[in-house]
Design a protein around this ligand. Structure first.
Ligand code: 3PG
Ligand code: MG
Length: 399
């Protein structure tokens, strides 16, 4: 594939040019205060932004945040992100109140060389996520008119066929930013010939979200360790009762089929932390995975599971991890995620953490980010990459 890069654009010279940068600044916000709880995605795009401002470009950054429904919705404003971005860059960031309206145009017009502006949430416009090519295209025309070149550094959104990801690059000279390049470089090591044993650890709540990636990974991996909310549908498929744990009843048959075809590669929890309620202070005990009391729900994997998973991870030469093992946001149910994450940091292996939630878990648990080989900024995007799907945002950069 031939993709031009930020370095190619810099070599052409960007001084005085308006350069659009699609970033994924979709950061988690505190539900009560609206404060940014993890700024990893903002920090991840800084190298691209700095390279452009230092080269004298007029940098116009745009992103989505959350899933507003095509109209302005104050709880999803990017304004707090503009503030944080300015702090991290150490320069003021101007903020436009809209995406393609008067405010955006005047904010962009006011930029001097080397200055940077952030536009309001792309998803306040229906055209951004529209399935209708013409509607998306009309919005992309307006967005594209704001700049003279386009840089995609929004790895977390490359799996979305959205105007800012898929249609703007068709209208302007386009290149991949530093983050997108690095992500693709790392993930292609996993889809190529990973060093063996290759161990994948999957968690998170929904089997249905992970089904395609499980299917795609099974023939490639040596072991697939499954924890998190989705393990209960697999435990049920093995014939165990799971109490009031998260269960996707309609997926039980599919999970049974996967287990039958997995040739012993899939490892499930042997014990779980079962609680009275989904609450930080709920009464809880560790129970065998085949003996979850009928009125309790599993909120974490237990210590024997952590030990068993750690042993497998300890033999690996390549590890990919996506999805927490339990409700790590509640300290009583964080030990599983912490234990597995620590085992990954200790492995003598090339280790990749995929995804918004697992990346946030690493930082929320205070683990050293540098003890992982790579922490991806994309959850859905990294999974779809590993599935081998064509990603609209990457395809749009190819010539
Ligand atoms: C993410 O957080 O997964 C990315 O920012 C994409 O967001 P989306 O799933 O709402 O498209
Ligand atoms: Mg997502």
């Amino acid at each position: 594939m031939s993709i031009r890069t930020l370095d190619d654009l810099l070599a052409e010279g960007v001084s005085g040019r308006r350069v659009l940068v699609r970033a994924d600044l979709n950061v988690p916000l505190d539900k009560q205060t609206g404060a940014i709880t993890d700024d990893g995605r903002i920090r991840a795009v800084l190298p691209t932004l700095r390279a452009l401002t230092e080269a004298g470009a007029k940098v116009v950054v745009f992103s989505h945040l959350g899933r507003p429904k095509g109209a302005p919705d104050p709880q999803y404003s990017l304004r707090p992100v503009a503030g944080r971005l300015g702090e991290l860059l150490g320069v003021p960031v101007s903020f436009a109140e809209d995406t393609v309206g008067d405010s955006a145009r005047s904010t962009v017009d006011a930029l001097a060389d080397g200055e940077l502006a952030l536009l309001e949430n792309l998803r306040f416009n229906k055209g951004e996520t529209s399935k209708d090519d013409a509607e998306r295209g009309a919005f992309a025309d307006q967005l594209g008119a704001l700049g003279e070149a386009y840089v995609d550094d929004a790895f977390g959104a490359v799996h979305r066929k959205h105007a800012s990801v898929h249609d703007v690059p068709a209208r302007l000279p386009h290149v991949a930013g530093r983050l997108v390049l690095r992500e693709v470089e790392v993930l292609s090591r996993l889809t190529g010939e990973p060093e063996r044993p290759y161990v994948v650890v999957l968690g998170g709540s929904k089997v249905s979200d992970k089904l395609a990636v499980i299917e795609a990974l099974l023939p490639k991996v040596d072991k697939l360790l499954i924890g998190g909310g989705m393990c209960f549908t697999f435990l049920k498929a093995q014939g165990h009762e799971v109490g009031t744990s998260l269960l996707e009843e309609e997926m039980v048959g599919t999970c049974a089929d996967l287990l039958a075809r997995a040739d012993g590669k899939i490892l499930l929890p042997v014990d779980v932390v079962a609680a009275d309620a989904f609450a930080p202070d709920a009464a809880h005990d560790t129970v065998p995975a085949d003996a979850i009391p009928s009125k309790r729900l599993g909120l974490d994997v237990g210590p024997r599971t952590v030990a068993a998973f750690a042993e497998v991870i300890g033999t690996a030469r390549t590890v990919f991890w996506n999805g927490p093992m339990g409700v790590f946001e509640m300290p009583a149910f964080a030990a599983g995620t912490r234990g597995v994450a620590e085992a990954i940091t200790k492995a003598d292996a090339f280790t990749v953490v995929g995804g918004g939630d697992s990346a946030a878990a690493v930082r929320a648990l205070g683990l050293d980010e540098s003890s992982f080989g790579h922490i991806s900024t994309g959850g859905g995007a990294s999974l779809e990459y590993l599935e081998g799907k064509t990603l609209p945002g990457i395809a749009a950069l190819e010539d």
